[in-house]
Ligand binder design. Structure first.
Ligand SMILES: Cc1cc2nc3c(=O)[nH]c(=O)nc-3n(C[C@H](O)[C@H](O)[C@H](O)COP(=O)(O)OP(=O)(O)OC[C@H]3O[C@@H](n4cnc5c(N)ncnc54)[C@H](O)[C@@H]3O)c2cc1C
Length: 319
């Protein structure tokens, strides 16, 4: 058993994901308590160039046509062999659809425990996981002798996982990758016919508090007066009141407008993940204990159905 920390690099269409750099930064911290090396594991096809700025002590690169795009099938077979051969202390994956897909399968295959939603590591090698949708931070000992870890962003700056100097790269041979059950058929591009809420400098965003589809017209009128677009929380999109292109949050878009006006949005972690970096959040919510007020710069507990028409009128007059 080695004390090295493996980081499985995520990449999509020739680009290393930001999460991979965050994982490398986390791995560096963890390696200080294990006194092992940080090894980036890069699987792909003609993809060795992606290793050039990884802040790792070394890179294990495996090249195979079946690894050109991520599939759980091929990745799990390839990684199972590498992990059994090198016996690292921990293997870190992104807490993404890709990482969770591989880590869960590998855990079953290798009988190795998974630590999920890890945000950071402490100086003495404990993990800190973000559980219950981010409401609780749980600290624990990394299970031994080996553990798989899925890591959420937010605990480390991605720049810490990047290096100006290319790490040493070792090409390892791929196992037989035949008879795979999962193949990538196509990428489904997001709908670009609608307004791109990620590019808006101001958003009027509606939550479940809007009650029904007809009431969205109130938000549309306010947004028209302000000259901005309307976005939404997930229940509004799930009900079919607004298209998915307007969804803000974990399963939607990440937005960073100058002003984010949240109408009847509670501020659940999955929503905040997509708008928490807005410059000024203004919340209208009748519940004074709604978590949105923890991140709002300005807020009011006035009923939005009383406030929105008046606000719209005032904006029109001011113009
Ligand atoms: C894996 C996963 C992914 C998810 N991804 C997302 C995501 O991408 N985006 C997202 O938004 N959610 C997402 N969610 C759902 C998320 O957990 C919350 O359920 C959701 O954000 C709640 O939406 P809301 O704030 O509109 O509704 P609620 O939590 O029901 O809040 C409605 C708020 O409106 C207020 N209100 C009611 N009436 C009025 C009124 N008249 N005037 C003013 N205020 C009023 C209430 O006080 C309440 O706080 C995800 C959940 C999971 C598990």
């Amino acid at each position: 058993m080695s004390q090295d920390i493996f980081v499985v690099i995520e990449h999509l269409r020739g680009q290393v994901s930001d999460t991979s750099y965050v994982m490398l930064a986390g791995a560096r911290q963890l390696s200080q308590s294990t006194s092992g090396n940080v090894t980036a594991v890069l699987l792909g096809h003609n993809a060795q160039g992606l290793a050039s700025n990884l802040a790792a002590d070394k890179v294990l690169y495996m090249d195979h046509a079946a690894l050109a795009e991520f599939t759980s099938d091929a990745y799990q077979i390839a990684l199972a062999g590498l992990i059994q051969e090198h016996s690292p202390r921990a293997v870190i994956f992104g807490h993404s659809s890709i990482g969770m897909d591989i880590a869960s399968g590998l855990s079953a295959k290798l009988g190795t425990p998974v630590v999920s939603s890890c945000r950071a590591f402490t100086t003495d090698g404990k993990y800190v996981s973000q559980i219950c949708g981010g409401k609780i931070m749980a600290e624990g000992e990394l299970p031994g002798p080996a553990a798989l870890v899925t890591m959420v962003p937010g605990g480390y700056k991605s720049e810490l996982g990047q290096s100006a100097q290319a790490p040493a790269l070792t090409t390892v041979s791929a196992p037989t990758l035949e008879g795979l059950r999962v193949t990538l058929k196509q990428y489904i591009e997001p709908d670009t016919s609608d307004v791109d809420i990620a590019k808006e400098s101001m958003l009027v965003s509606v939550g479940r508090g809007i009650q029904n589809k007809d009431n969205i017209e109130l938000a549309n009128e306010l947004a028209a007066a302000l000259g901005c677009a309307v976005s939404a929380s997930r229940p509004v999109v799930d009900q079919g009141w607004m298209p998915t292109t307007r969804l803000v949050g974990k399963s939607g878009k990440r937005v960073k407008p100058k002003i984010y006006l949240a109408l009847g949005i509670s501020g659940a972690p999955e929503h905040v993940e997509g708008m928490g970096e807005s410059e000024a959040i203004i919340a209208i919510n009748t519940d004074p204990n709604a978590p949105i007020f923890n991140i709002a710069k300005y807020g009011t507990t006035v009923d939005m159905f009383d406030l929105i028409p008046v606000l719209t009128e005032k904006v029109k007059q001011a113009k």
